[in-house]
Design a protein around this ligand. Structure first.
Ligand code: ACO
Length: 384
């Protein structure tokens, strides 16, 4: 007997399946373009700021000067942590990876946040600001504590990007560093229904709260198939060691059928537009650094892949993480924090998606085609 369910088509990994609509970001993989609410990321990265991008994604329109000033102040004033959360940070075992630690911290933050379960639009705008602002404070404090240093309290006279660098490193960043950080944060803010965003939306679709959605999203981001590529790309450059080693390393990688980290994308079949922008930021930071060789090395490796028929035939181009890792390195972040840097930005997208989901909610509840045994005779325990 063939039932209706047995005839169902299973689309593994939901590849190519549209499960919802969104007005937040549009990814055009063929043309290599990315838009947030209709605005090209090139314009937002060059002329806007992280604050403007967050406002756009959460409120649906670009802010006026007055709106932006008020919003930036609100975000800055949301940076302080309850004292008890520092105790949680100190109590976490040192071997806890930074992403696992922050997944725990977001969940812990909810416990100290009045009305954390509220899902009204006003409450969610507050929670989105609170999560985004404190995520930087907690990430920086985690790093400082692990370095055996005191956490640095946030300053509300600095931009989101500059304050994050200030809290992380304990000193005010240069103008170029603050600019590169800001650009980085604009570019990672949203990217369609990637795995962590989808996870956030599934959680939100049960009408659960925003802290739960972000905790779940961090769990999804943690996996090496999603958030780990930036770190892997930079570690690969460090492994190659010097620009002059690129050619031999590349030939060996080809022979061993090894994947080049930071190259290729499921959606972009041309340059990832974010990679182009971060490449320029990496170039600027490299020129000011006493380690310019990493940028030179990355350029040489990218050139080798772009010129090679294997990569051309498969339409494999540098993705955002190729140059994102370099920017993160030049900004002084240890590689084990790179996945968290992704989250420092993407938390804006996750929270925007929670709000979009709640604005017109339908429980996300797909089905699985059962392929196990059927109608077996039950043998009592003593007879087995
Ligand atoms: N180096 C060498 N070969 C590659 C690479 C790479 N980086 N990426 C894909 N290929 C090859 C595959 O071996 C395969 O070859 P085949 O047809 O001979 O079997 C072909 O290109 C297609 O590969 P798929 O894995 O089917 O492509 P898919 O679209 O599923 O993969 C992915 C995209 C996972 C990003 C892949 O390109 C990859 O592993 N890249 C390296 C890791 C990376 O940079 N990830 C970050 C992605 S961006 C982001 O997540 C923010």
């Amino acid at each position: 007997m063939t039932t209706k369910v047995e005839q169902a088509q299973v689309i593994r990994g939901l590849e190519g399946v549209y499960v919802s609509t969104t007005e937040l970001s549009r990814v055009d993989g063929e043309r290599g373009r990315l838009f947030y609410r209709g605005y090209a990321i090139e314009d937002l990265a060059e002329q806007g700021s992280f604050e403007e991008t967050a406002y756009l994604l959460w409120h649906g329109h670009l802010p006026t000067a007055t709106e932006l000033e008020r919003f930036s102040q609100q975000l800055a004033q949301s940076r302080r942590l309850p004292a008890r959360l520092y105790c949680v940070l100190y109590d976490l075992p040192r071997e806890t990876t930074p992403v696992t630690a922050m997944r725990t911290m977001v969940s812990a933050l909810a416990a100290w946040e009045p009305n954390a379960d509220a899902t009204t639009p006003e409450a969610e705008l507050y929670h989105a600001r609170r999560l985004t602002a404190t995520f930087t404070t907690m990430t920086a404090a985690l790093h400082r504590i692990r370095q055996g240093e005191e956490p640095v309290l946030p300053r509300d006279d600095l931009s989101h990007a500059a304050n994050f660098l200030y809290m992380f490193h304990g000193r005010e960043p240069s103008a170029a560093a603050a600019r590169a950080m800001d650009t980085f944060l604009v570019l990672y803010a949203d990217h369609g229904f990637n795995a962590s965003t989808f996870t956030a939306r599934v959680t939100a679709s049960t009408m659960s709260d925003m802290y739960s959605s972000v905790t779940a999203a961090l769990g999804a981001l943690k996996g090496p198939l999603h958030g780990g590529a930036m770190e892997a790309a930079m570690r690969q450059f460090l492994e190659i060691g010097a620009p002059d080693n690129v050619d031999a390393w590349f030939e060996r990688a080809l022979k061993e059928k090894r994947r080049i980290m930071g190259i290729g994308h499921r959606v972009y079949k041309t340059w990832d537009p974010r990679a182009r922008i971060l490449r320029e930021q990496a170039r600027i930071l490299a020129s000011e650094s006493d380690e310019p060789q990493w940028f030179e090395l990355a350029e040489r490796l990218a050139e080798r892949t772009l010129q090679h028929p294997y990569f051309q035939e498969r339409r494999l181009y540098p993705n955002v993480d190729y140059y994102g890792g370099l920017v993160a390195y030049y900004l002084g972040f240890p590689p084990e924090y790179y996945t968290l840097l992704f989250a420092v930005s993407r938390i804006v997208g996750w929270t925007a998606h929670v709000m979009e989901q709640h604005a017109d909610n339908r429980l996300i509840r797909p089905r699985a085609l059962y392929t196990g045994a059927e109608e077996l005779a039950y043998t009592p325990l003593q007879a087995r």
